[in-house]
Design a protein around this ligand. Structure first.
Ligand code: 5GP
Length: 175
């Protein structure tokens, strides 16, 4: 059987243009606040690195390592924190920076968990959003890079069984 070819869904140029726009919006919204960008590992590492440089404000940069348990290729909402925060976020204006929101279970867990740590405000920014796959009610994303259809996407931080996070674009294998 011939090998499937990886199709580009979002090019490097489209990613960088949208990230600049998100950076400008966040700069306007967080002026005068105590911004902490909380980058979710591993998938958010490239998005977080580019987004923080598109924000023209002083910001704390923190990392939270999480691993979602999957059941038949869908997240169960059971999330393991593999690397916790080193500093308190109490009183800070926290913006969670995530690669993708699919069912929404992981983000719902993160928001609930982090709210118990008493930030002054907490919002979510996701590069990609699969709205059609949402399983949780009332999940609000303050910033979204791109709405995408139900593809399993890889690249720009997102992995394919641990590989391909370093692709500079978002791709998928057509079925
Ligand atoms: P959730 O379903 O809880 O919203 O998403 C859980 C996690 O599943 C995401 O943070 C991401 O790590 C992973 N995930 C969801 N959709 C995709 C996808 O299309 N590609 C990749 N590589 N990971 C995904």
């Amino acid at each position: 059987m011939p090998e499937k070819k990886l199709e580009t869904l979002i090019s490097k140029e489209q990613l960088q243009k949208r990230i600049q726009e998100l950076g400008e919006l966040i700069t306007q919204d967080y002026r005068g606040k105590d911004l902490t960008l909380l980058i979710i590992l591993k998938g958010g590492f490239l998005f977080g690195a580019d987004l923080c440089r598109a924000i023209n404000l002083p910001a704390y940069i923190e990392f939270l390592g999480v691993s979602s348990y999957e059941d038949e290729e869908e997240s169960t909402g059971v999330v393991q924190i593999t690397q916790d925060l080193k500093y308190s976020i109490e009183g800070r204006d926290v913006l969670i920076v995530e690669d993708i929101v699919d069912t929404g279970r992981t983000m719902a867990y993160l928001l609930a968990n982090l709210k118990t740590r008493k930030p002054r405000s907490i919002h979510a920014c996701s590069l990609l959003n699969k709205e059609s796959k949402r399983c949780v009610d009332g999940l609000e994303l303050a910033y979204t890079g791109f709405e995408i259809d139900d593809h399993f996407v890889i690249g720009y931080g997102l992995d394919d069984k641990g590989l391909d996070r370093n692709l500079p674009y978002i791709g998928y294998y057509p079925s």
